[in-house]
Ligand binder design. Sequence first.
Ligand code: PEP
Length: 250
Amino acid sequence: MRTPLVAGNWKMNGSRASVKELINGVVDGAKAINGVEIAVCPPFIFIADVAAATQGSNVAVGSQDVSTELKGAFTGETSIEMIKDFGCKYAIVGHSERRTLYGESDEIVAEKFTVVKNAGVIPVFCIGETLQEREQGVTEEVCARQIDAVFAAQGDNAFEGSVIAYEPVWAIGTGKTASPEQAQAVHAFIRAHIAKRNADIAEKVQILYGGSMNPANARELMGQTDIDGGLIGGASLKADDFLAVCAAGQ
Ligand code: PEP
């Protein structure tokens, strides 16, 4: 039995004041939610404030990205040890915005995955196809290729203690959601693909859905056999909406 995880990806949004209000609302509302793991991933600069506000609560903190490098002359980068030092339990790697806007290849994402995992932080590994790829019928091929880059870097047990987020690129921030059946089909494929390497890990790994998940569609999506929660963008920026998504996972 997998515990659902609902993680908010705040992307590059908020001010110091608005983030304080948002996290206080989430922490407060999360007290009433049981049986669901909850996390928020703020912009780096707000992680310290958010970590302080979540202390002793059932809301964990994650980063939205990480450097492939461990320390040194890499201007603008943030290392996994810094992320860990500020109490992050999770680090998102391979978000489609990083892949498409910042040119992160499957290999770079796999390197980041390795850095996160080796530090004892939980990678939230994002994969998913573009609209064009879906229309070409290569969704499974794309997801398999993205996953296989991590297997190549980390071996058969790569996904032990990690989280996968299936996020069809065409559904991110567009208001278009994969139907529960479409999403379930890909989630089942992902789990089966991992099972070819290690069935026990495949059974345990949390596979989140991401792509315009909101309070109206969360329950049905998370009700699917292989959907173990959500990675939430837009709807994580309002405490009430985010908490409603979290509650739908109960
Ligand atoms: C995301 O960026 O991870 C995401 C799922 O965004 P949204 O919920 O806004 O589609």
